[in-house]
Design a protein around this ligand. Sequence first.
Ligand code: DUC
Ligand code: ZN
Ligand code: ZN
Ligand code: ZN
Length: 487
Amino acid sequence: MSKVIKNGTIVTADLQWKADVLIEGEHIAQIGENLSGDEVIDATDAYVIPGGIDPHTHLEMPFMGTTAHETFESGTFAAAAGGTTMLVDFVLPGEDGSLLNAIDDWDRKSRDQICTDISYHMAITGWNEKIFAEMEEVVHKRGINTFKHFMAYKGALMVEDDEMFASFRRCAELGALPLVHAENGDIVQELQQKYLAEGVTGPEGHAYSRPPEVEGEAANRAIMIADAAGCPLYIVHVSCEQAHEAIRRARQKGMRVYGEPLIQHLTLDETEYFNKDWQYAARRVMSPPFRNKMHQDSLWAGLAAGSLHVVATDHAAFSDEQKRMGVGDFTRIPNGTGGLEERMAMLWTKGVETGRLTPEEFVAVTSTNIAKILNMYPLKGGIMRGGHADLVVWDPGIHRTVSVATQKSIIDYNVFEGMELKAAPRYTLSRGEVIWAHGQNSQPRPGRGRFVSRPPFASASQALSKWKALNTPRKIERDPMNIPAGV
Ligand code: DUC
Ligand code: ZN
Ligand code: ZN
Ligand code: ZN
């Protein structure tokens, strides 16, 4: 059974053109004019784009004394309904500290639930010989080439600089890419105590205790540590000019540093935390917090200029009841918001419809760039013969208002509630299968999604030789007669 997507305008990260796409099985078989197939998918008056890839989600993640309420099933259904055909979830080590056991655990949780394809990043939350050894198997046998480091969440997930440096060096050796959550966890903890002591207990205290300087400092430090270790670096949820500036500077020096803003930071601002309704404000507590307009403008500029590369969500969705764990103490509000379902349409509405981004740039930052950065292009992230037929018939004619009543996410609210979205998927295809059709509302089969293995980077050896060059001590032959006694 072949399928053909007819009469649409294909948009890739490079260009737009009118052509049909023939799909055989799971793959794109041909792109051209007047193609025919067993089944026709109509793309008249619509774009045909690569399926969205959200590289930053936390489904069913144990965190801050609870577990993120969005499941692998509801999360991937929400993704499909929003035009996202793949996500990359963060695996956190459990109590035994084993990376491999944690991956097995994530597989057990996700396997029978996922409606879209999935991949993992592995979190490094401490450092010892076992972790050092297991990293090799993670990269070479488990198909995970990215390791995430939390510079915040002191006493829980946070790593110290020496641990980060050791892990980055290991990444360079193995051909893996380190990721960082860049916030100075020591300063955050100090500021949290200060505001609590002053009687600031509400969600606004969350924003006060995590100012942009805290993020800028950590971003700069991570970049320098990566440079010293000889590895590239990916900074997740870049929310402010200070972190963006650090990335621009590093890139101008030839460092491979990637920046990932979130759709929430691009579209929602800090005034949300000053809402009189505690629950309203608490729903929006995430780290880093929302910023002001100046920072938002910086992020939009970075996407257009190419100094920021990927728009993600950090989808970590907690219910109203879970958020209430932090009544009377903002440091106990589970950090996280949703966005998986709205990411593509929000970016289109606030980016393409306003002229801030071209449709090609939209495709680059929602799919193609991250497929390249994570080493899975062109199997994912493009429209190319032989690639997976992960495609979206993207229809700027479908407008809808975000509402908790119609969303596929199982969270009891939506931080974008009431906003108008000016595009939606008419069809979402994952490996050739239609998993979402506008107006039909049916859920794809849980368990149909697959784990996508990502091989190590070939450039690792280059990175390693740079590191060796930096760290090979020069032998200095001193005149033995001139060495003072006792040395
Ligand atoms: N930030 C959040 O808001 N939630 C999950 C983890 C994180 O870094
Ligand atoms: Zn984070
Ligand atoms: Zn995250
Ligand atoms: Zn295949």
